[in-house]
Design a protein around this ligand. Sequence first.
Ligand SMILES: *[C@@H]1O[C@H](CO)[C@@H](O)[C@H](O)[C@H]1NC(C)=O
Length: 245
Amino acid sequence: MNVYFNILYKNLRFAHLFALLLLVAVVSFTNADAAGEHAEKNAASSIHPDVALKTYRKLLKEKLKVITQALSTVLKSSFEKQRKVVGILVEKILKFFSEAKVRLTELGIAPGDPFPSDDNIKEVFSLVLENTYFLGKLVLHMPDLVHETITKFPEWKILVQYAVGFSNDSNAFIGVDDKILHLMAQEFEIVEKDPEYVNPNSRKYVEEKQRQLEMELKEMKKVIAKEKKKKQKGPKLSGPRRYEL
Ligand SMILES: *[C@@H]1O[C@H](CO)[C@@H](O)[C@H](O)[C@H]1NC(C)=O
């Protein structure tokens, strides 16, 4: 945490430093802390994985709420600030995925395994889920920035594929949160895109909309011009008729 804080302090004049710290805190490995939580974890180790998963979903929901709130603060900042934040976060998330993949593999944990009861495993497990969601939110809200940044890392696709697959197989995400996984998988093209899929926050989409609007405007102008011509012709036609009278 201190390392991240120093990096941020040196490199950023960020108006919403607090929000950013919240976000980065999610990325880092944390130490098992409060005694109460510890007792709860130990109690959880003797219960059935399905029950543990149900309990965990509530905790996850709270964590995802924090991510969403902090992200909305970032989205209110300038484009340049967003670029800096995305640059830092994408790198940290990928680094985390890479470490987590090694750690989980060492621990013998494969995607789709039952919800873990071991505290150490649970921590890494949960951080993979949180960071996956976090990256999903980032790419869905700032697609161009994230794509531009993430493709600089040669291993990015393998790592994102692993993390999304792991999260999907965990069954911990439900409802709209689960949707994020499916949307991000399409956005990163790690699954086939639904023909209907669009990201309304992408430059491509905005430009396409703009083009459509301009074309509609042109059409409208044409129609108006035609109408005008008709009206101009009108009196001319009636002219001779009046002359005949
Ligand atoms: C998630 O899992 C379901 C069921 O196994 C599968 O159909 C779907 O393609 C997976 N989605 C992703 C994004 O991995």
